[in-house]
Structure formats: structure tokens, C-alpha cells
Write a protein that binds this ligand. Sequence first.
Ligand SMILES: [Zn+2]
Length: 503
Amino acid sequence: MKSRLIIAAMAISTFAGALPAVASSTNVALNLPSLGDTEREDLSPLMERKLGERIMHDIQRDPDYLDDAPLLEYLNNFGAILLAARPEARGEAGFDFFFFALRDPVLNAFALPGGFIAVHSGLVLAAQTESELASVMAHEIGHVAQRHIARMLGKQRQDALIPLAGLLLAVLAARSSTDASAALMVGGEGVAMQRQLNFSRDAEREADRVGLQIMRDAGFDTSGMIAFFGRLQTASRSYTEAVPAFLLTHPLTTERIADIEARIRGLHYKQRVDSVDFQLIRARLRILQDDSPQGLREATVAFNNQLLQMNPGQTAAAKYGLALVALKQGATDRARSLLQEARVAVRAVPASEPSKNAIIPSLAIDIELAAKRPAEALKDADIARARYPLSRGIARQYADALIAGGRYDDATQYLRDQAQLYRHEPQLQDLLAKTYAAQGKQALQHLSLAESYALTGTLPAALEQLSIARKSPDASFYDQALIDAREREWQARWREEEKETKK
Ligand SMILES: [Zn+2]
């Protein structure tokens, strides 16, 4: 098996299960120690965020990180609905939460320090309603809001963060590794950390409590939590050796279920109609999870079965899924007509709210780009851009369409403006590099690549690109000055990080 660092992440193992789920199981209900105490024995919010960002840089380099704009936009818009219901969940530092998905059929979700929340593709596919998905995401938000991770890690010095990030990653990787040496390498300190990474029962109950409040205030059906946790438990019986990872990191005891049930009893039952986007994104995710020829064949069978259900939402999602399969198979004409059928089907869905995400328009642009019809792609992207001004995926597809149509000067202008507005988006720098390469502008191409590497936290690669840019025959006086300034800045940052790592 390839080395999948993160998937590994909390994708668990019997190793994790064998360890005692930390904490005081004897400390029954009574008055739980107030988890919100202000005495700073925990990681400060700033440090917590920095630690989370550091780990995210590594995760984003993992091939199983699903860097897919429609999926990320769906998850983050969905997460924003949950957070809007209880803004205080962002904590004193006002964390910008970031939700992302990993390609992994194992049913799991987990929170990293600083408000980064992961869901496995398998978990989203297993959720039958948005309320079920909300139950897991709101539970994870609860862990962050109550600062469970920060409190576990305790006070850390600034200079201990990088080693800590490395250690956390190693522990995460070792947890799911069947390779004992990986676990051994982590060593004694790692085992201690591992022990800490399992939340206490009190923390679990608290995350459930906060999660249910979030669900209720955001208008979700709170019984979705019981339904989904129950489904996870049922799934555990059909797994040959492992309980779904989510239940290992978040042990589900009878007591905990009873607790959730008691809380729900007091709540007004709310029927909720799922957005059509939920079904569309699950169809997309099914293919992102496995787009091998075999995977595409299986997805086709599943989508065709879905069509037989004669349910408007399922029909729209199945047509959309079949269109994406066709695109993956290179059948762009077929993809285009299936997507048109999906559009028609979506209009027949009695959705609670109109589609908020550019899931269908995004696929339309991809189809035209693959069909080598840049003018059509640009036309679609222009319309989508006006309709979804906040969609970063559409903004980048617009640039793709300009580049595909050979309109390099327009693309450069547009991307430079975008990069001013969205300074932390490495993809914009990659697109700029692509445009400059097409124009034969070498110095600028490597300068953009350098910026991209720096944004993803790979300073040595960024510095290497700078030196290539400097040697480029077309490097202007102005470029050289920029290169020098960047080099000084990044070398200083790199020395700082090296120093921290060696401590
Ligand atoms: Zn939990």
C-alpha cells in the first residue's frame, strides 16, 4: 500500500482500540469539571491555529486530500450554516473553520487543532440525510468550541510547535498502520500522545451536547444524531475486524446514546427537506472516492439503480453522477446531454432552498474544457461567475477557460487581480505560472511557482524556484528586485523554522 500519511490519520486501527479510552470513567455524571475554565493551562488559540495550519500543509500534500472545489464549497457552506447558528463556537479567537474531505471509505471524521475538520468520503456517502451529516460535523465543531484538543495538548511554547505537529502527524499515521515499525518509531512520547488523542467520555458527551444545540438552532432534525450513530454501530457489525473509526475515536456507549436520547426528547421535532446539493455532492463524491475503471463501472450501476427509485432528488443526482462518469470516460457529448437532463431533473425537485453551490455549472465548464470548446467554457464560466460570485472554484475555472482560449493577456490581468484579493490561494499562482509558461515568460513563471510553494509551506522548493527565476534570461531589473526581496523574507522564515525543528 502506498504511504498514505493522512488517510492514515485517524483512520484507526486495532492499535487505537486496544488503548484505554482516556479519562475518568469513574467520574460519572455528577458535576463535570467545567471544561470552559479560563485559567490558561491549555494551548492558546493562536498557537492552536498555528499548529492546525502546520498539520494542514502536510495533509494538503497527501494524494488522498480531496482538493475539489465543488466538494470543498459544499462542505464549507454547509459548515457555515451550522456555525451561524452558534457563532460563539468559533471561540475567543474567532476561528475560521475549514471543512475538508479525505478519500477514504472508512467511516470517520475528526477535528484538528484550530478549527480544521475532516470528514472521510465514506462517512459522507453513508449519511442518508443532511441532518445525519450535520450531526457528525456539529459534534466535531463541539470538540473545537469546547477547546478539547487545546486542553489535551496543554501549554506549549511557540518553539515546540513544529516538533509537536510532526509528532501528531506521526501518531495519526501510526494509528492506522498495520506496520508495527511505524508505531515503534513514534516511540514512548508518541504512545503518551496517542493516549491523549482519544477524547474522554466527558468530552464526548459535551461535544454531543454542543452538537445537538447547533443542530437544533440551525434547523436540523436532531434525531439525525441517533439515526446516524446507530447506523455507524450497525455498520460495525458487518466490518470484519474494525469498528467504524469514528466510534473508536468517539466511543459510543449505551450511556452516551441514552444521554443523547434524553436531550432530544426535550426538543421540538423538526422535519427538514434536504437541499438538492446534498444529493449532487454525494454523487460527485462517490466518483472522487474511486474513479478507477472498476469504480466508474460500479458507480454507473449504482446511479442506474438510483434512477429506478423515481425520486426527483435521486434522479437529478444520478443524472449528474452519470454525466461525471461520462466525462471521466472522455465521452464529452454524452456528458453534456446527461448534465442537461440533470438540470431538468433538478428543477423538478421540491427543495427546501434553491441550490447554493455551483455544482452543476462547474461540471458544465469542465465538460466544455475537456471537449476543447474554450469559447463555450468561457461563456458558461462568465454566467456562473455572475451567479456564484463567492465561488472560488468558478473564479479559477474562468481563468482556465481564458487560458484554454489562448487569451493569455486577459488571463494574466484577471489572475493578478484575483491574487491581490485572495493572497493565500496557491492555485491562483499555479494558474499564473501556467499562463506565463504559455507566453514563454520564464522568470515570471518560476516566480509564480515560487509563490505557490511558499503558500503551501514548502519553502525549500520555493527558494529553488526563485533561483531558477533569477537565472532566467528574461528576468527584468524589476523581477530581480522582487526575487531578492522574496529570497530574504523566505530565507529568514526558513531559518526560523529550522531552528524550531531542532529544538
Ligand atoms: Zn467526539
